[in-house]
Design a protein around this ligand. Structure first.
Ligand SMILES: [Zn+2]
Length: 167
């Protein structure tokens, strides 16, 4: 029974307050005896301490609440930026090479990072390039190395153009 009440969020707080109440009564009794003051004076003294404690706890609670509100952003990217970020892969129809990348922003200019090429000339999942070429020796894309810097520049040029249009 008591265990069930303790697990209940409201019940546990009531019990906690009750225990604190009983403890402060006992503490008031001890102080009144040791400091040779009346029980009510001792209780008032504890009550003042309690009020101060409530202020401190309340202050901490408010601080955490505000911190949470102000650090909770709506999302790092704006909706237009998110839209542009969706353009993150393309396949060259002439070579069947697929490129994947991530779109980021340098202030307001889009740029790409983690540009990776994959060969789609084979069955199964696209094969990632190693050393700028397909890893399968008998593949056309194994013989011709790609220039990732050039591809990067082409994609970024395209992105900047798209960005200008949706802005
Ligand atoms: Zn290949």
């Amino acid at each position: 029974m008591l265990k069930r009440i303790w697990k209940d969020p409201v019940g546990s707080k009531v019990i906690a307050v009750g225990i604190l109440g009983v403890l402060s009564l006992i503490y008031a009794k001890i102080i009144s005896v040791s400091d040779d003051i009346t029980f009510s004076e001792a209780y008032e003294r504890i009550f003042e301490i309690k009020i101060r404690l409530i202020y401190v706890v309340g202050g901490i609670f408010l601080f955490l609440l505000f911190k949470r509100i102000f650090t909770k952003k709506k999302g790092y990217y704006s909706s237009k930026q998110k839209k542009l970020r969706e353009f993150n892969k393309t396949t060259d129809p002439n070579t069947d090479i697929m490129f994947r990348w991530g779109v980021y922003f340098d202030y307001d200019t889009p740029f790409i990072s983690d540009l990776t090429a994959f060969c789609t000339k084979h069955e199964g999942p696209p094969i990632r390039f190693v050393n700028d070429r397909c890893t399968l020796r008998d593949c056309e894309n194994h013989r011709n190395r790609i220039d990732l810097h050039m591809v990067k520049n082409l994609i970024e040029s395209d992105l900047i153009d798209r960005w200008e249009k949706i802005k």
